[in-house]
Design a protein around this ligand. Structure first.
Ligand code: MG
Length: 161
């Protein structure tokens, strides 16, 4: 049995008039959202890169280039489902995910369970196998100034030798 781990990182800039979507869940009280070619779901993008990294299958930009009109305003949860199918075609089984969202404001912790259920449903895991954490940047850097949001993720996968 081969066990692998992968990391993912993403960041998106805040923009007025956009939706703020995290792990497929829209942040209801957000006054602004995130700019991007797709729905700019920064958490799901970090998770996609962690999964692709664990399986040694490249990165999100290779599979869903932001120059491709097919992915304009794409629902990133649909892209995550595509990536999980792709890993399955390569006989990788997804074991576990852990992620951190770094956002100064608004507070997001009350969405934790809903986001875990959303991601777990898309991946085919149990919510307890998809951990999501939230932190701020203590006022430092682009996150601290409220210019954008960052996310990091780790995924583990296994495959029979
Ligand atoms: Mg992204």
């Amino acid at each position: 049995m081969s066990d692998r781990a992968g990391i993912g990182y993403d960041s998106h800039r805040f923009e007025a008039g956009r939706r703020f979507v995290l792990g497929g869940v829209e942040v209801p009280e957000a006054e602004r959202g995130l700019a991007g070619h797709s729905d700019a779901d920064v958490l799901t993008h970090a998770i996609i890169d962690a999964l692709l990294g664990a399986a040694g299958l490249g990165d999100i930009g290779q599979h869903f280039p932001d120059t491709d009109e097919r992915w304009r305003d794409a629902d990133s949860i649909v892209l995550l489902g595509e990536v999980c199918r792709f890993l399955g075609e390569h006989e990788w089984r997804i074991l576990h995910l852990d992620a951190t969202v770094i956002c100064e404001t608004p507070k997001l912790g009350h969405l934790r369970d809903e986001i875990r259920r959303s991601l777990a449903g898309a991946i085919g895991l149990q919510p307890l196998e998809v951990n999501v954490k939230f932190t701020t940047n203590e006022g430092m850097g682009f996150v601290g100034r409220g210019e954008g949001v960052a996310a990091m993720a780790v995924a583990s996968v296994e495959r029979a030798d």
